[in-house]
Design a protein around this ligand. Structure first.
Ligand code: B1M
Length: 210
């Protein structure tokens, strides 16, 4: 599709207005918000990530791409969230301590909300005490953790150990996700599940809460 290719270029160039415009056009063309997210925005960010890794793009450019992506996501959010789905449960979610990547976490939060979960978003750079304190105070069912760096993903284990030490591990469904993680890592740290993407996070949460 010509427009989605244009969007990948625009995302790469960090053109927020253009991305927002294209998202609106795809909506007019009856694309679902989910397809716009995955087929245009997430795939575009993958290309940005590859060139970031290869030293072709640098932090300022990637930051502009992220801002453009967030602009597109902001348009889609109300559409994903207004589904009138029955109430499913409560989740606290955050990106772990030391990590400021939040696009994936925001996407998971949006899709979970759309599926009927109540979301408490702790933001980025989240400490164990914040995950656990908030989950306790809010009577959450699920703790969701996101990490995008190989250096921050071990912190998820710290959070789970902290739950265990406080005798709270069995009280919560613990879900984890983020590009550098995998199934095996999820098992190794004692999470209930690793979620490969936002749609799987929704499916997994529904399955485990039932
Ligand atoms: Co950063 N960055 N970054 N970055 N960045 C990566 C992660 C990297 C892989 C790029 C690369 O080298 N190819 C690399 C990590 C390498 C590694 O750890 N081995 C990297 C690096 C090195 C860094 C810095 C250290 C760079 C520097 O400063 N020298 C720095 C770190 C800062 C910090 O956190 N302390 C940094 C900074 C940044 C920006 C600020 C410029 C920006 C973030 C802006 C923002 O988020 N607001 C940024 C970005 C945008 C990226 C890439 C390009 C894209 C990430 C993204 O948003 N993807 C990324 C490359 C890549 O991932 N290919 C990269 C789109 C998003 C929808 O996908 O987050 O994977 P993702 O989420 C998915 C799934 O993973 C899953 O569902 C989501 C939707 O499908 N999921 C969950 C995620 N969280 C979940 C939680 C769940 C369930 C599922 O819980 C239940």
């Amino acid at each position: 599709d010509e427009l989605t290719e244009q969007m990948m270029d625009d995302l790469y160039d960090g053109l927020k207005d253009e991305i927002e415009e294209s998202v609106r056009i795809l909506l007019e063309r009856k694309w679902t918000p989910y397809d716009i997210l995955t087929k245009a925005l997430v795939s575009g960010m993958q290309i940005v990530g590859d060139d970031f890794r290869d030293g072709i793009l640098f932090v300022p450019e990637v930051l502009r791409a992220a801002q453009a992506m967030k602009g597109g996501m902001a348009i889609l959010k109300p559409l994903l969230v207004e589904t009138g789905a029955p109430k499913m449960g409560k989740m606290v979610i955050g990106t772990v301590k030391g990590d400021i990547h939040d696009i994936g976490k925001n996407l998971v939060a949006m899709m979970m909300e759309g599926a009927g979960f109540e979301i408490i978003d702790l933001g980025i750079n989240t400490e164990a005490a914040s995950y656990i304190g908030t989950a306790e105070a809010e009577g959450a069912d699920i703790i969701g953790m996101s990490a995008l760096l190989t250096t921050t993903m071990p912190y998820m284990k710290t959070v789970i150990e902290s739950l265990t030490t406080q005798g709270l591990r069995d009280k919560y469904i613990v879900l984890c996700g983020g590009a550098p993680l995998n199934e095996e890592f999820g098992r190794a740290i004692g999470a209930d599940a690793y979620c490969d993407d936002a749609a799987i996070a929704v499916e997994t949460a529904k399955r485990l809460i039932a």
